[in-house]
Design a binder for this molecule. Structure first.
Ligand code: BTX
Length: 329
C-alpha cells in the first residue's frame, strides 16, 4: 500500500494530493492514509503537507526501501515480496534461508551493506554500505539443472540493459557473467542452485552492482579493476530505479527462457558481449589446469564459451576467467 501511495505522489510531483483523493484511489480510510504517510516520512521520504492541504513528495531520495523498489515495478512475479535489510552477511544466504522455509518465487532480498558478500569460487565481493545494489532474486524454475546456467546469462543481459536505461554508461558483458564498463567490473552475478536428481528446488540469482561507489570505497586491491556507474558518468544514479529495471528485464528474460525462447536472450547477450570476436586468454579456475588462448567465437545455449584455438579446433569452455588481449576492455 505504501508503494502505491508513493507511486501516486510521484506521478503528481509538485502537486498536492489530498488525503481524501488518496483514500478514494486506494480504498482506504483517511486515517490509514495518514498512518502510511507518517511511516513513509519516518523512512526518510520528504513528504510535505497535511491531509487537508494535500501531500507533496518534495524529492525522491535514493532510498533503498521495499516501497521504493515496489512502487512502479513493472513485474508480475519478481519483487512481489521484497525484503530490505540494513546489513546482512550475504543477500544470497538470506534468500536461500527464506527459500528453504518455503518463500515464494519472486522474493527479492536487498541490503544496504553485506559484511560477507560472496563472489564465485568462494571469492569475496566488496559491498560497502549505502552505495551499491546488493540484491538476490529467488526463482523456482521448472528447468533441468544444467539449463539453470541460462539464468545467469539472462541476468547479465537484464543488468546491462538496465544500467544503460538508467544511466549514460555504455556497459557490456564479459563472459561469463561480469558487466563491465571501460574494461572494469561494474557488476558481478552469483547464481546458486539447490537441486536433487529429480528437480531443481530453487535458484538464487545474486546481483551486485557498484552504483554510486566512490573509488576510495573499493578495497585497494580492486581499485584498478572495479568501477561504478557514478565513477563512469560523473554523477550518481538512482539505485531503486536500477533495481526495478533489472527486475523487469530479468522477469522478461526468465519468461522467454521458460517458454523455450532462450535464443532471443542469447542474441541480446551476444549483442552486449565485449568478449566475442576477440583474442582472449582463459585463466583456469582450478590449479594445475593450463591457461588457454584463442579467439572467443560464440557462446552456446548452456552459456559455455566456444574458443577457436590456434590449431583451428573449437574448444568448449564451461568455467574460467577471461582476460581480454592485448588490453583488457
Ligand atoms: P566473481 O568471482 O566473478 O568476482 C569476484 C572478484 O571480483 C573478487 O575476487 C575481486 O577481484 C573482484 N571484486 C570484489 N568485489 C568487487 C566489487 N564490488 N566490484 C568489482 N569487483 C569486485 C562475482 O564473482 C559475483 C558477485 C556477486 C555479488 C552479489 S551481491 C548480492 C549477492 N550476495 C552475495 O553474497 N553475492 C551476490
Amino acid at each position: 500500500m505504501r508503494a502505491r501511495i508513493l507511486e501516486i505522489l510521484r506521478e503528481n510531483r509538485g502537486r498536492p494530493v489530498s488525503g481524501e483523493e488518496l483514500a478514494r484511489a486506494l480504498g482506504l480510510s483517511r486515517t490509514s492514509v495518514w498512518k502510511h504517510v507518517t511511516a513513509l516520512r519516518r523512512a526518510g521520504y520528504p513528504i510535505e503537507g497535511s491531509p487537508r492541504r494535500g501531500y507533496v513528495l518534495e524529492s525522491v531520495p535514493d532510498l533503498l526501501t521495499a516501497e521504493e523498489i515496489r512502487s512502479g515495478l513493472a513485474t508480475e512475479v519478481l519483487g512481489r515480496q521484497v525484503e530490505v535489510r540494513q546489513s546482512v552477511s550475504s543477500t544470497n544466504d538470506l534468500a536461500k534461508e527464506r527459500a528453504r522455509r518455503g518463500a515464494p518465487e519472486g522474493l527479492v532480498v536487498v541490503a544496504e551493506e553485506q559484511t560477507a558478500g560472496r563472489g564465485r569460487l568462494g571469492r569475496a565481493w566488496a559491498s560497502p554500505p549505502g552505495v551499491g545494489l546488493w540484491m538476490s532474486v529467488l526463482l523456482r524454475p521448472p528447468l533441468p539443472a544444467p539449463e539453470v546456467a541460462r539464468l545467469t546469462l539472462a541476468a547479465a543481459v537484464a543488468v546491462a540493459e538496465a544500467v544503460r536505461a538508467v544511466s549514460d554508461v555504455p556497459c557490456g558483458i564479459k563472459w561469463p557473467n561480469d558487466v563491465v564498463a571501460g574494461g572494469r567490473k561494474l557488476c558481478g552475478i552469483l547464481t546458486e542452485i539447490e537441486a536433487d536428481w529429480e528437480r531443481v528446488h530453487f535458484v538464487v540469482v545474486g546481483i551486485g552492482v557498484n552504483v554510486n561507489t566512490p573509488a576510495a570505497a573499493f578495497p585497494p586491491e580492486i581499485r584498478e579493476s572495479a568501477t561504478s556507474i557514478r565513477i563512469e558518468q560523473g554523477r550518481p544514479a538512482p539505485r531503486a530505479a536500477l533495481a526495478r529495471a533489472i527486475l523487469a528485464g530479468l522477469e522478461h528474460a526468465y519468461r522467454e527462457t521458460l517458454a523455450g525462447r532462450f535464443d532471443g536472450v542469447l542474441a541480446r547477450w551476444r549483442a552486449l558481449s565485449v568478449t566475442l570476436g576477440r583474442p582472449v586468454r582463459i585463466l583456469p579456475v582450478a590449479e594445475g589446469q593450463p591457461a588457454l588462448a584463442g579467439v572467443a567465437e560464440d557462446v552456446d545455449g548452456d552459456g559455455a564459451l566456444l574458443l577457436r584455438l590456434p590449431d583451428g579446433r573449437l574448444h568448449r569452455v564451461l568455467a574460467g576467467e577471461v582476460s581480454l588481449r592485448p588490453a583488457d576492455t
